[in-house]
Design a protein around this ligand. Structure first.
Ligand SMILES: Cc1cc2nc3c(=O)[nH]c(=O)nc-3n(C[C@H](O)[C@H](O)[C@H](O)COP(=O)(O)O)c2cc1C
Length: 367
């Protein structure tokens, strides 16, 4: 597996497998002098961690992060800061249970990546938890994202990259009830308290049936100035779409009005401009999702992505085994009934990493 790195100046390489000893990443290109301690990273990891409610995987992973390099305690500044050298982060796997996968070792889960990994890597496939195809890998992305947030805060002050679950199955939130403060109060990262209560009943029934369901996540970055993005082959929207699409189970990505832009008239789609404060424009709407011509406009950057339903389900499904025989499969073990929930901090992290990379690239070209 040869492509485990993303980003140009803020470069993230992740490593590790679901049932190996540890996950981790190396973040290369982080500027020096940024205060960074493990607690800064742990905060984000704790939001992605499994086992926190009955609506997510029951695997018990504390996801405790260790910083192995790239920081030092500066006695003059009286704090631990980045040095500019590679920052290596380690997250141990402590609750892997390989036996859960013995039954499906030689079968392909429909909808999962078992068959394609097997076909691509000449039959070598780490079936224990899916190895590298497992979303355990996203813990490393979230850890890197916490560093990206610090880079953005250092460059621009007051940047907020926040995500929310806005739809499970066919049940979407009511945007009029959107309240960011609601998100930590329910197990879904849902900004609509009423819909969170409805989802609890809906998802419980799906979970008890041994089934699963898809979802939509929305991530918003505020405080990003105009100018990030590198036309024409490093457009900000193109890089964000690629980053989101690289998250496990993501099947669709849209920015701003996204697919709905097809239904809009030119008048509706035009984000009209007025004179704003401090010589900056004030936009009257944000159909563009904060990006025009691949460059940030200074408006909030709004990204949505759809995740498919978890393919590891209890309901028997028809499949084949590695010898090509017809068989059936029913996947036991500890799985997320709706992966959209824990994908929220992952989406935030990917957006933060892309923005940090583009911020450094913008600075490199424009000073
Ligand atoms: C946070 C998160 C948790 C996930 N948990 C599971 C899981 O418990 N069981 C499962 O079969 N897939 C899970 N997935 C999805 C698989 O990792 C993914 O479907 C698989 O790697 C195949 O890749 P693809 O769906 O991107 O094609 C999860 C995805 C995310 C983002």
């Amino acid at each position: 597996m040869s492509h485990n790195t993303f980003g140009h100046l803020f470069r993230v390489t992740t490593f590790g497998e679901s049932h190996g000893p540890a996950m981790g990443c190396v973040v290369d290109g982080c500027p020096p002098g940024i205060p960074l301690v493990e607690a800064d990273i742990q905060r984000d990891l704790d939001r992605r961690r499994p086992g926190q409610s009955k609506f997510v995987s029951q695997r018990r992973e504390p996801d405790t992060v260790k910083i192995l390099s790239g920081v030092f305690q500066d006695e003059r500044m009286k704090k631990q800061v980045t040095t500019g050298s590679p920052i290596a982060l380690l997250i141990e796997n402590v609750d892997a249970r390989g036996k859960d996968y013995a039954e499906i070792r030689d079968k392909f889960r429909p909808g999962h990546a078992d068959y394609t990994y097997w076909a691509k890597y000449d039959g070598i496939r780490d079936y224990r938890g899916g190895g590298r195809q497992s979303a355990r890998e996203t813990a490393a992305r979230v850890a890197a994202g916490a560093i990206a947030r610090k880079v953005l805060d250092t460059l621009y002050r007051r940047v907020a990259v926040r995500g929310a679950l806005v739809q499970i199955g066919n049940r979407a939130i009511d945007r009029k009830r959107w309240d960011w403060k609601e998100i930590p109060r329910n197990p879904f990262f849902c900004p609509d308290a009423k819909m969170a209560a409805e989802w609890a009943v809906y998802l419980d029934a799906i979970r008890k049936r041994g089934s699963s369901i898809g979802a939509i996540v929305e991530v918003v970055a505020e405080g990003i100035p105009a100018g990030l993005g590198a036309p024409v082959y490093g457009k900000l929207d193109a890089d964000i779409a690629a980053a989101m699409m690289s998250i496990n189970a993501v099947k669709g990505v849209e920015i701003g009005a996204g697919m709905r832009a097809a239904e809009l008239s030119g008048e509706e789609n035009a984000d009209e401009m007025r004179k704003g404060a401090r010589g900056r424009p004030r936009f009257l709407s944000n159909q563009a999702g904060g990006i025009l011509g691949g460059i940030s406009s200074g408006q909030p950057i709004v990204v949505r992505f759809a995740v498919k339903p978890t393919s590891s389900i209890l309901t028997p499904r028809r499949t084949i085994d590695v010898k090509g025989n017809n068989t059936t499969i029913s996947t036991k073990g500890r799985h997320d009934p709706c992966v959209g929930i824990r994908a929220v901090p992952v989406g935030e992290a990917m957006l933060a990493c892309v923005l940090a990379d583009h911020a450094l690239r913008h600075r490199a070209q424009m000073g």
